[in-house]
Every structure is written in C-alpha cells, then in structure tokens.
Design a protein around this ligand. Sequence first.
Ligand code: CP3
Length: 352
Amino acid sequence: MTALRNDRFLRALLRQPVDMTPVWMMRQAGRYLPEYRATRQRAGSFMTLCTTPELACEVTLQPIDRYPLDAAILFSDILVVPHAMGLGLTVNEGVGPHFERPARTPSDIRAIGIPDPEIDLRYVIDSVRLIRRELNGRVPLIGFAGSPWTMATYAIEGRGTKDFHVVKTMMYREPRILHELLEKLARAVVLYLNAQIAAGAQAVMVFDTWGGALSTPAYEEFSLRYMRQIVEGVGKESEGRRVPCILFTKGGGQWLDLIAGTGCDAAGLDWTTEIGAARQRVGGRIALQGNMDPAVLLATPERIREEVAAILRSFGPHAGHVFNLGHGITPDVDPENAGVFIEAVHRLSAGA
Ligand code: CP3
C-alpha cells in the first residue's frame, strides 16, 4: 500500500506530538454538501449509496476533495449490521431509519445469526478496499460500527425513539433476552471491524449515540460492557502500525473514567463536557476527540473561529487532541462555514 502522507490524526490518537491539531467532522459526507445530494439523487436511495462500493467511495472522498481534512470516514451506516442480521432496513428522506422486522420477542432474538462480514457485509468491505486505493495515502481511513446498545435500540424499537420505552421495557423486565441480543451484536461487531481493518481501515470508531439515555449502572451493564468486549476483540495492529480504537458515547462525559478503563485509545466527547476538564481527568490515559457544538457552524465565520480558539485553549498545549464536532454536522450548515472551521483548527493550533 502507498505510504501515508498525513498521519497527524493517527499520531494524535496515540498522544504523540503533531505539527497542528488534526480535524475531521462526524457525518462529513452528508446532506450539507451539494455534491452528496447529487450523488444520493443519482443513486435513488440511501441504501443504494451504502451497498454500491463505487458510490460509497465517491461520497467518502467528496469532503476530502473539498477540505484539508485529516481523516476520511467510510461512508456507510451503523444499522447495516442489524440489516445483515435480517431485520430489513430502509432509510427514507425525512423519516430516518426503519426496520421492517424488529427483534422484539425471545424467539426473534434467538433466531438471529452472526453475519459473516466477508459475505453478508461484503459491500462494506469492498468499499473499504476501494476507498483505500482511491485515497492513495492522502489521509487515514476510519472504519466504524455502532455500539451494541445503540444498534439494539433501533433493532428493538424498529425506528428512532425519544423515550426508549420498548427497549427499556425489555431492559427492566427481561434483561437476559436483551443481553442475548447485545452479545450477538458485540460478536458481530468484532468480526465486522476486524474485516474492515484487514481491508484497510487504519483506525476504528464505535458510535454509542444513545448510551447517554441510560443510568450509570445500566450504562455499565448494557452499553460499556459490550464496548469493552469490542475493544478487547479488535486487532490492535495492521500494516505495521497501531490501529487506534475510539469510543464515542454521546452524553457520556460523566463516564470518561469508565470509558478510559476499557483499554480504548481515545474517547469522543460531545459539547456538554468542557474538554479541558475532561483532559485533566483522563488525558494521561487516552486521547480525546471533539467537541464543538455542531450548531456553532450556523453562526458567523468570526464566531466559529472564536469557538475553535476557546476549545484549543481549554485543551491546552498537550498531545492527544483530535478536533471534531460533538455530534454530526447537520444538513442546514453552509459548506463555506465547514471550511472556515477546518481552516481555523489548523491555523490556530499550528506552532502551539
Ligand atoms: O460520518 C460520516 O460521514 C460517515 C457516515 C455515517 C452515516 N451514519 C451516514 C448517514 C455514519 C458514521 C453514520 C452513523 C450513524 N447512523 C449513527 C451514529 C452517529 C450519529 O450520528 O449519532 C446513527 C445513530 C445512525 C442511524 C441513522 N442513519 C440515522 C438516525 C439516520 C437518519 C439521520 C438523518 O439525519 O436523517 C441515518 C441515515 C444516514 N446515515 C444519513 C447519512 C448521511 C442520512 C440519509 C440520507 O442521505 O438521506
């Protein structure tokens, strides 16, 4: 494979010195970009984008061609794993993800098999190989999966939810059944991330978007425990380099010590926790990725630069910061403002 020309993202995740703070954006390939909307239109559906490696590769590279980002993230979705388990995913414009056959009863869950990534998720693994080839060493490629808990919320509810009542009913009434599903999802994710790494992913990230909906004991039992299994099961090295593992629990700022205790290399941080305080707590053990409120990108360029400066100042002149948003960039952001943000991170951190 071609040598990596920009490795500051991988270095920062391992808390090694860098010339400037690396930056990428969650959901950087997405609807705020006109070129994404055009490809999505041509594909006809979101799932066609995900399952056609040429299209997935094209949209992965769109933000990389437009901005000086320090990492690319595979274009896919966390819900392709439960889809490969037979639940029947559709993603409709303005409606969000929907499963035709949610897994709700003990027999639904017992019937679920563990997907073989090289067969059942072949389109993702082929996309990783193609993206690596097309990136040609420009920046590292991030592979990803959903956390078992977050995937289970969709698999059980059948769609997005605000109160999590179906999944929480199962959690408090029949925890053993929920554990059976989480166990299967965790085993599936280990195989899936290892297949992504074998195909060329250079770092991996686990998205636990809904861990923050849990109490602390429930978080430890139903979310963190399975993310720990993933950290332990995922390959640590590929192509002669460490493959860093990032865990992101949205709303998980109060659990950073627990997260650092899993053995992950970095934690993603949303904007509700001050990054300087977070660094003081766990910065000696793991790197931090985050954490600007994505809504700041709706402000003026001056305000965006101020906010970037404040976060850099809060983190301080230490190793181990990957700049990111605290959650995904939203469709209403002006692409010019995303450019202002990325440029500000580099310029304001250089020579710091
Ligand atoms: O970051 C990237 O650019 C990589 C691609 C990516 C997508 N989804 C593309 C996508 C990643 C990493 C995800 C992860 C994902 N998917 C998460 C975890 C991260 C997060 O944002 O919290 C979750 C919870 C999902 C489930 C999911 N998929 C939802 C809730 C939606 C609807 C969101 C919306 O804004 O409508 C999706 C669909 C989806 N996944 C879109 C994209 C670009 C929008 C679909 C479209 O183009 O119409």
